[in-house]
Design a protein around this ligand. Structure first.
Ligand code: 2HG
Ligand code: ZN
Length: 454
């Protein structure tokens, strides 16, 4: 960028959002330029912090006219490099769009600004009798806009689905600065293409999400959590089948293994949950309007497991959850991992697990592979430590195995820049061509998150 056009850009942006909300000094930009894991870092020209939809629209229009790329950013909790700059873009953070409108109890919907965190939405709903169906470990920082843009999945997808199922309407800004506002939240609306759903999961490449109209679920205050120790993934899958049949209150079913538990316990300085070690663990959460402990205990009786710990009070339940939810942090404390968020059919999980471990042991004997994830969704988080940050050979081989197992190379984190060269492993040439045509039609100057997905 030459200096004159750089200055013109900053001046124009300042005119829209005010001097304080265009960050051009490197110290101020830094936290927006680096992803959570430290694997993806890039310099942008500036970070701009619009206050509302109208300002977002004006900012995008300026960028489009000047041919400068925009990277939309929410809570910067993404794990595939899709929310941080690669070099020379402007980061448009939606962090100031935090407004949550009053709850519409009759439609069971609420309108939420893109920058509101998941946790702030959860607090907002507390005591209302309603709850938000999507939840995940990054709740304190992840924003609703980012979750829409990535179609976040999380720990309750087996009961309530992913973000896509929760989005009843969207407000978003297209690349030319025009605003689409489909916020009526109609249950039935087949008048033409469903534009909001096309934007869900598009990773900032088709539009910038500014508001979402979200469907809520009934709050289920009675909860029970159980941690099962099991022989292996096959037993974990059988346990899941049993619970799905016999425990209608089932809300989450997560899996992790001996090495992951070891790492997390020492990272947290916590005792391990059982006296002995076990090969695999299944963490289960039940929620209902009645006390679900009895139905969970009854099902547990009939299950082929090695041990079980059940918790009903919040403190103890959180403790059991922390063994699972602290995996990401505990792994990052060891170094910068390669993260492969993949899915296969639940029935294929045992085979995939065995093969992926074998593959990594053979391809990178020095590497440490920690597996964990969402058992109920066939969603494994393959975390590999000890590889060079830009060495993609193991990533590719893992994703080839996923393709062979008829799975998806991205279950919930998206493609970002981390997996764009692998997209063709699980999407056909014709599908990718159709995606490119949509992208070119909606963003002819290729200014919205260029380099992401494709
Ligand atoms: C989770 O399920 C997140 O905890 C992060 O999706 C997964 O760190 C990961 O690989
Ligand atoms: Zn996950």
């Amino acid at each position: 960028v030459d200096q004159a056009s750089g200055e013109k850009l900053i001046t124009e942006l300042r005119r829209v959002v005010g001097d304080n909300h265009v960050l051009s000094e490197s110290e101020l930009r830094a936290r927006y330029e680096r992803d959570w894991t430290g694997r993806f870092v890039g310099q942008c020209q500036a970070v701009v912090r619009p206050a509302n939809t109208d300002e977002v629209a004006q900012v995008v229009s300026i960028l489009n006219n000047l041919g400068v790329a925009a990277v939309a950013q929410g809570g910067n909790t993404g794990l595939v490099g899709g929310g941080v700059p690669r070099g020379g873009e402007v980061v448009v953070t939606l962090e100031r769009l935090t407004e949550i409108a009053s709850l519409d109890k009759r439609s069971r919907q609420v309108t939420v600004g893109a920058g509101a965190t998941l946790q702030s939405l959860q607090s907002h709903l507390q005591g209302s009798g309603l709850a938000f169906g999507v939840d995940h470990g990054a709740r304190s920082a992840a924003t609703i806009g980012g979750m829409v843009a990535t179609n976040a999945g999380g720990i309750h997808a087996l009961r309530y689905g992913t973000m896509r199922f929760a989005v009843a309407g969207l407000e978003a800004v297209f690349s030319d600065g025009t605003v689409m506002s489909r916020m009526s939240g109609l249950v039935k609306d087949n008048a033409g293409y469903d534009l909001p759903q096309m934007i869900v999961g598009s990773e900032g490449t088709l539009a910038l999400v500014t508001k979402a109209r979200l469907r809520l679920v009934k709050d289920l205050p009675e909860r029970a959590t159980a941690l099962f120790a099991v022989d292996d993934t096959q037993s974990a899958v059988e346990l899941l089948m049993l619970l799905r049949d016999e425990v209608p209150s089932l809300e989450a079913a997560e899996v992790f293994y001996k090495d992951g538990l070891e790492l997390v316990s020492s990272y947290l300085g916590m005792h391990k949950p059982f006296a002995g070690d076990h090969p695999a663990y299944v963490l289960v959460e039940c929620a209902a309007s009645y006390d679900p402990t009895e139905e969970l205990a009854q099902a547990a009786d009939g299950a082929n497991t090695r041990d079980v710990a059940v918790a009903v009070d919040a403190v103890r339940r959180n403790e059991l959850w922390s063994y699972r939810e602290s995996h990401t942090e505990a792994i990052n404390a060891q170094g910068i991992p390669h993260k492969l968020d993949v899915s296969v059919a639940v029935s294929a999980m045992p085979e995939f697990e065995a093969q992926v471990r074998e593959l990594i042991a053979e391809a990178a004997p020095q590497a440490l592979c920690i597996l964990f994830g969402h058992l109920g969704d066939g969603n494994y988080h393959v975390n590999i430590l000890g590889l060079e940050p830009d060495d993609e050979t193991v990533d590719r081989r893992v994703c080839e195995l996923v393709a062979y197992c008829e799975g998806s190379i991205s279950a919930e984190h998206g493609i970002g820049i981390a997996k764009r060269d692998l997209l063709s492993l699980t999407r056909t040439e014709q599908e990718i061509e159709a995606m490119r045509k949509i992208k070119a039609a909606l963003d002819p100057n290729n200014i919205l998150n260029p380099g992401v997905i494709f």
